[in-house]
Design a protein around this ligand. Structure first.
Ligand code: SF4
Length: 325
């Protein structure tokens, strides 16, 4: 592929860590397709930190929340790119980019098939536009040797023997909360079990049964996940950014998919994705934010919480955790 572009800007201001992870295959494909180009990424904190040592990324720029369009304008003004790829269209961002007249792809969500994973879809669209080769490589986050060593030490301090199971109960949104953590942790008795504190707090059900991962910033947490992966451990949690980060640093994962469809939002092999209530007719895989349950976790099928999350039994999760070891 001819290296036609010298200055590439990737905009991902969808807001989530998971969103950023899903655009990484496109970022890396752009780098492979245009190896001499300066490649900037404009995104939010704290996810931006995950790109800081990435050899493919020349520069990482941060947008303040609620000022995203202004951040895009500032970035386009600061140095004119000759190619812009944006996952983000809201608030006139797509129109702002188009108005500048350079080559741009801002419709990465066009006609999404319900069963095509988002990250693969991004790469497929860029390939169809002639901007990257079609080969897909899963999301990958780069960490330094020193960070890997610190991650190894941190995990060894709390799980000195055996491959650990790491629980990620934080869901970010109520509709992704899994109600069976206490039963799972009871079933894992005798195994090294670690937990990522939820909003800085270790859940009551974990007390005495799961040790918290040591306090760390996002890169430190990623390094701990990588260490868990090297020790043959596995990370389990709902469809959230931290679980995607774990997969992107090489840890095996078991994903708990309820309101999101695993066929569209699932992780790459060797991840195991468990889908609750796959037949729920309220699910809208290509328009999840329009789902009746999405914002306030009001599930028409259950008065006690998301029926799809409850449908993922702790026995199935336990079996998947053992199967991935
Ligand atoms: S309607 Fe209920 S069961 Fe269906 S996806 Fe939403 S929370 Fe899950």
């Amino acid at each position: 592929m001819p290296d036609r572009f010298r200055d590439v800007l990737v905009v991902d201001l969808l807001g989530g860590l998971g969103d950023l992870c899903m655009v990484l295959p496109a970022v890396h494909a752009l780098h492979r397709g245009h190896p001499g180009a300066a490649l900037r990424v404009l995104t939010h904190a704290p996810g931006a930190d995950l790109l800081r040592s990435d050899p493919a990324v020349t520069e990482v720029r941060c947008a303040e929340r609620h000022h995203e369009r202004a951040a895009v304008v500032a970035e386009l003004d600061r140095r004119r790119p000759d190619l812009v790829v944006s996952t983000t269209r809201y608030d006139g961002i797509a129109e702002e980019i188009a108005a500048r007249g350079m080559r741009a792809v801002t419709d990465l969500w066009r006609r999404p098939p319900a069963d095509e994973p988002v990250a693969r879809r991004y790469v497929a669209i860029l390939a169809a536009e002639g901007l990257v080769d079609p080969g897909y490589r899963p999301p990958a986050i780069h960490l330094t040797d020193a960070e890997h060593a610190a991650g190894d030490r941190a995990v060894a301090a709390v799980a000195p023997a055996g491959p650990p199971v790491v629980l990620v109960p934080g869901a970010g949104m109520a509709v992704k909360r899994w109600p069976h953590w206490p039963r799972l942790v009871a079933a894992l008795a005798g195994r090294p079990v670690l937990v990522v504190p939820d909003g800085g707090t270790v859940p009551g059900w974990a007390a005495g049964r799961a040790r918290p991962l040591p306090d760390a910033d996002l890169r430190g947490l990623a390094a701990q996940f990588a260490a868990v992966g090297r020790r043959g451990g596995v990370v389990v949690g709902p469809d959230t950014g931290p679980v995607r980060v774990a997969a992107a640093v090489g840890a095996r994962t078991v994903g708990l998919f309820g309101p999101t469809l695993a066929a569209r939002y699932g992780l790459d092999a060797p991840a195991v994705d468990l889908q609750g209530l796959p037949g729920c007719t309220h699910r809208r895989p290509t328009a999840i934010t329009e789902q009746v349950c999405w914002w306030e976790a009001r599930c028409p099928l259950s008065a006690t919480g998301p029926a799809c999350m409850a449908d993922i039994g702790p026995g199935a999760v336990h079996d998947a955790l053992l199967a991935t070891r």
